[in-house]
Design a protein around this ligand. Sequence first.
Ligand code: MLT
Length: 303
Amino acid sequence: MFKIQTLNNISRNGLDRLPANLYSVANEVAAPDAVLVRSADMHKAPIAASVKAIARAGAGTNNIPVTDLSARGVPVFNAPGANANAVKELVVAGMLLAARNIADALGFVRDLDASGDLHHKVEAEKKRFVGTELAGKTLGVVGLGAIGVKVANAAYALGMRVIGFDPHMTVDGAWQLSAEVAKAGSLAELFAASDYLTFHVPLNDKTRGAFGAQALESVRPGIVLLNFAREGIVDAAALRKGLADGRIGRYVSDFPEADLLGDPRVIALPHLGASTGEAEENCALMVVDQLRDFLEHGNVRNS
Ligand code: MLT
């Protein structure tokens, strides 16, 4: 019997793939054989010596001490691409939220006083929410992996011009693009040409602060910055400076930051990129299959 510890809620359909005659699954487990995790930070507590594998029901593994585990011979399985569609859809929503002032407009309607002439109140105020269209604007995509490619295609379908940068982009990756993605020669070139800029890279030593003081020097004034990847990819000091002097027009992110709460130029969501029933199920199924293959047959896939 394999003992599996779950550190987050994992999709039921994924857990159902673990047959009860072979697996016991619980939140609190003494000496687990494996851990199923989503975003819980595993850097904070020691990982039991009994653990033979970690399964991350998502793409990013920065919440897991992968290097230490590798040294112990413990594979970390993840689910690249399994939630890419969900993230793509939220990035499109993020661009629209910014372009059409949707968050502010919703706040205005929510706070309307129902008494009196509602129609008149709306007509008097709606000018404040006049937006811009995405069609014809340029989206810069940093990272053309599973998510970046989908975002590029969706933006193209909305009539945007798309430019991309990914030092690792292969011919195999490129065929998935239906968008005519012009390849920027450098990040500075991409920053300078973008009206909207979105990051789809993992957080690591190479990408931390990928948007920093230098990047800020090359952006188009009023650029809309989207971060649905990881906090830390956009340098906090550069972000604050850019928002203060208007070089960054809007910051749309999937990570609320304490000192930006309440800033009208910031639209922040509570890390919802992968939070759809479909994505949660896809991720859970993908990693549970890998985990079973490893625990039952010793096969290591995608670690
Ligand atoms: C990911 O890296 O895929 C996301 O952070 C998934 C999640 O929200 O759990």
